[in-house]
Design a protein around this ligand. Structure first.
Ligand code: GDP
Ligand code: MG
Length: 333
């Protein structure tokens, strides 16, 4: 179903029940971003009676402040300039419509061939490695995901390979209790690769479906971090040559452009297959999703929408754009 069909259906109230829960979560999680963004857009429209060059400059600024990324903001504005000329748009209402159309167009074009679903194996354990700097939400996201898979009836295992801080191991153990999922752990300060070795062995022996691996994230020592992650991967591959099936880089949406810089650095450190964007509920900078995709060419696969065990959702681009521009679209009616 196309994006606008989806929106039309959303407004007409014809929506299957199972879609409601995720949509509500996105809506809530994106509240701050949406309010700020549409507030600014509305101010923009109030201030400009005619669509002239000043308007486009202001629009560009609004987009940059929304953290969609510099290049993306320029691309969107350029595309709009052409479109407005092409359609000979003059009225403010029509400009709004064209803006939303163009944003969705660009978004969908950039996202072509993008795989948002996690690469789960039908046979044997699927190994998912979580990387990212301290405090971004790795351990929390692993706990939430473990809970989801467990609820689906899968056999799940977690590995506490962030041995750098004692607290990190205990924190994962607490999530293990909450999700009722076993945690393979070693001593604080021990070798993370040894923990991962034990975990992979156990996952094979016990025919686990999913193994979620927590890691330490010390970016101040890039070379060490790179070596450690490579060692962890080698240990996994000795037992399971195709693994890890996903290397998910966890980034904190509240850090805005900083998240983008982090993601770029990590992409150089290790092969990343996707992004987990956390704390979308706590930010007005949800536009960072667009920036990550358009500037890093990495798919956002999961989003964190709160601190609770159920506050992790698969990333759905349509749902996201809809959430972001909902107020603007609603006002067109
Ligand atoms: P780690 O160091 O990367 O393992 O990060 P943690 O998992 O320990 O998370 C750091 C903090 O971020 C904790 O207080 C979490 O509760 C919080 N957190 C993680 N994900 C989210 C989220 O999606 N939303 C909100 N509001 N808080 C989150
Ligand atoms: Mg942690």
């Amino acid at each position: 179903m196309g994006f606008f069909d989806k929106i039309k259906r959303a407004f007409s109230g014809e929506k299957p029940a199972e879609e409601l829960k995720t949509e509500e979560k996105y809506e809530k999680g994106l509240e701050k971003t949406r309010k700020t963004f549409s507030q600014r857009m509305n101010e923009l429209f109030a201030n400009f009676r005619t669509v002239d060059e000043d308007f486009f400059e202001e629009l560009e600024e609004t987009l940059i402040e929304g953290d969609v990324g510099f290049q993306t903001a320029l691309d969107i504005t350029d595309a709009l300039r052409q479109e407005v000329k092409l359609q000979n748009v003059k009225k403010s209402d029509d400009v709004q419509r064209v803006i939303v159309e163009k944003l969705v167009d660009l978004y969908e074009a950039q996202g072509l061939n993008e795989v948002n679903a996690l690469n789960l194996q039908a046979e044997g354990p699927t190994v998912i490695l979580f990387v990212g700097v301290n405090g971004v939400g790795k351990t929390t996201s692993i706990g939430k995901l473990a809970h989801q898979y467990k609820e689906e009836g899968k056999k799940v295992l977690m590995a506490a390979a962030d041995t750098f801080r004692a607290g990190a191991i205990d924190q994962l153990v607490v999530w293990g209790e909450r999700a009722d999922v076993p945690v393979v752990r070693g001593k604080a300060g021990g070798d993370p690769a040894a923990v991962v070795f034990d975990a992979v062995k156990r996952a094979k022996e016990e025919h686990a479906d999913i193994l979620l691996v927590d890691t330490a994230g010390r970016l101040q020592n890039k070379v060490n971090l790179m070596k450690e992650l490579e060692k962890i991967k080698r240990v996994i591959q000795r037992e399971l040559p195709e693994a890890p099936h996903e290397v998910l880089l966890v980034v904190d949406a509240t850090t805005g452009q900083n998240a983008l810089v982090q993601a770029k650095q990590f992409k150089e450190t290790t092969d990343v297959t996707g992004i987990v964007l956390t704390k979308l509920d706590g930010t007005a900078k949800g536009g960072i999703v667009l920036a990550i995709r358009n500037e890093l060419h990495l798919p956002v696969k999961l989003v964190g929408l709160g601190e609770g065990i159920d506050d992790l959702a698969p990333f759905d681009p349509n749902e996201f754009v809809y959430g972001l521009f909902k107020d603007l679209i609603a006002e067109e009616k």
